[in-house]
Design a binder for this molecule. Structure first.
Ligand code: NAP
Length: 248
């Protein structure tokens, strides 16, 4: 593991896709702040795994929907690892139900975490990136933002909001050497998709040309590239990692 001197903050990195991204970025030599909301032991386990391999990492708790908690988290990251060069907005939740049965709370919580969380963390990290005239921001959206999904109006709206946000901010900061891109996973094996019924999984699987469910590592490989020096001329894009499910 060679040190790049860059600091990455990955939100929702205690489990699933975020965990795979944190491990991959650490393997590429970045120091990694492992954000979580509740799973402190799982986040600490990710940190210990990175440290055991010779990397630098720190677990940081914050509910990304709270601007105050995000500000405090960034103070900790700055003190322990340094200013954030690479931000991966990955934290997300689902509260699936058909629209007619959707409660205000189901709508609000999904938008607050999946969309407001991206705004809170991006705004909090941007000033330091602009000063250094270098930065990488990757927002994890979903293929359902592109094609829709019944029972997920709240989630689809929040994830589609991320696409507009990504393009607007990409235009604002391009001249400062900062890229902003979105990654849209298809069906990936995590706790989130573990809640799906076997019938629904089979249905989705039928629509995946590659014939398999994706892994966190499939997503992490793209994120690792997008935050590299080599991807410095790619900005404002949405790239799907979905085994060919959408091909838009
Ligand atoms: P997951 O296994 O359920 O993990 C979610 C992660 O987000 C956990 O680390 C969790 O932390 C964190 N989190 C939840 N609420 C948070 C909050 N308020 N503040 C900070 N962190 C919070 O989910 P996943 O499947 O890996 O999904 C990761 C991202 O990919 C999400 O944005 C999701 O929408 C997106 N995505 C997933 C799929 C898929 O098929 N899995 C497909 C498309 C897009 P705790 O452990 O502390 O709760």
């Amino acid at each position: 593991m060679s040190e790049t001197g860059r600091v990455a903050l990955v939100t929702g990195a205690s489990r699933g896709i975020g965990r795979a991204i944190a491990l991959r970025l650490a393997a590429s030599g970045h120091a990694v702040a492992v954000n979580y909301a509740r799973s402190s032991e799982a986040a600490q386990a990710v940190v210990e795994r990175i440290q055991a391999a010779g990397g630098r990492a720190q677990a940081v708790r914050a509910d990304v929907s709270s601007p105050e908690e995000v500000a405090k988290m960034l103070e900790t990251v700055q003190r322990e690892l340094g200013d954030v060069d690479i931000l991966v907005n990955n934290a997300g939740v689902i509260r699936d139900t058909l629209l007619l049965r959707m409660k205000d709370e189901d709508w609000n919580r999904v938008v607050e975490i999946n969309l407001d969380g991206v705004f809170n963390c991006t705004r909090a990290c941007l000033r330091a990136m602009m000063k250094r005239r270098w930065g990488r921001i990757v927002n994890i959206t979903s293929v359902v933002a592109l094609v829709g999904s019944p029972g997920q109006a709240n989630y689809c709206a929040a994830k589609a909001g991320i696409l507009g946000f990504t393009k607007a901010v990409a235009r604002e900061v391009a001249s400062r050497g900062i890229t902003v891109n979105a990654v849209a996973p298809g069906l990936i094996e995590t706790d989130m998709t573990g809640q799906m019924s076997a019938k629904r999984r089979d249905q989705v699987l039928q629509g995946i040309p590659m014939g398999r469910i994706g892994t966190g590592e499939d997503v992490a490989a793209l994120v690792d590239f997008l935050v590299s020096e080599a991807a410095g001329y790619i900005t404002g894009q949405t790239i799907a990692v979905d085994g060919g499910m959408t091909m838009l």
